[in-house]
Design a protein around this ligand. Sequence first.
Ligand SMILES: Cc1ncc(COP(=O)(O)O)c(C=O)c1O
Length: 396
Amino acid sequence: MKKDFPIFKNNKDLIFLDSTSTTQKPSYVINWISEYLSNSYSNIHRWLYDIAINSEKIYFDSKQKVAEFLSWDSYKEIIYTYNSNYALNLISQTLRYNKVLNPWDKVLVSIVEHHSNIVPWLILKEEIWIELEFVNIKDDFSLDIEDFEKKYDSRVKVIALTHISNVTWEIFDLEKVWKLKRDDTLFIVDASQSFPHIKVDVKKLNCDMLFFTWHKIMADSWIWVIYAKKELLEKLNPVFSWGWAINEVKQCSFRSSNLPYKFEPWTPNITWALSLLKALEYIENIWWLEKLKEIEDKLVEYALNEFNKRDYIKLIWGKNLKSRVWVFSFYISWINSLDIADIMAENNIAIRAWQHCTEPFMDYLGIRSSARMSLYIYNSTDDIDKFFKVLDDNFK
Ligand SMILES: Cc1ncc(COP(=O)(O)O)c(C=O)c1O
């Protein structure tokens, strides 16, 4: 697959094992962005000339493609925004603004959450005194459903859980959660790590809202997707109200526009939308998620086998191959994870180290940090061999 990704042609020795953080972009995406900006760029939503109509179609097609990938029917429930923190802050502040969340209500998250699904709730804790409670995981790293049931009392108004942890790579069985969920609770899913790897079906997950970041699936950075149920979005007023989010403005009143634009209060980045459309087309036309999973399974098995040969490395993972994806968080007891990443960098191998924006989880595990290598479709067993050679040469 490397040949599809110009970065590897331009950096011959680069071994990129940090795709959990962000993925490289195929020429299919890059060329389309260049083509669009060179030949038919314009603003959208308000003009009737040819290139504006073309841009409008790109923006619409992009959302429709996302809806298809999520097994959803309508682009109207797809909102584009910037990044994870922005998406979650938009959600949490909108829930506060619309009094869906009130003082003394409780939000349940899991202990493995990324900071982006913790800090916005902590801000609400400071602002309106909500309570934030953490559900534990079991020894096999799956969600502890008994602990969830214990903590899911009548004060809980929001359950916000990651689909896959960016540290343990355990796929949470969220079906168990929605089966227990009451009608008075919103169920929000962070699909940032699942959408790039496995089929995410919002009908099956039965969640009220779901969000993910698309630079992790070969599109450009700084854009997030929020999916939310229409009945919910129609009830909510946007907490930010300007630009395109407004339908009518009088001297003493205004009216918000319709879905999904009432939550997109700006001229959007159409190039980002195009990049997601093309990234999803790339997966669809060339590989499909099933094929992606096939490549992934082979690489995971190979890497895991190599990890298992080495006693000096401690892996953070749930030991169930079927409920994980292609990421390996690990530590070596006598060395700081940053030093591991440093030595890798000296050998032109890109990995990530430290707390992966999951400090409460690191505290829970009783470790200070970990290193993390992650694979994607452009990696090969050769890359994995080189990674282990550097580890063995320096730390064995
Ligand atoms: C589970 C999860 N949520 C949120 C994020 C944050 O995404 P972004 O880097 O686009 O802000 C990440 C990124 O690693 C993640 O793994």
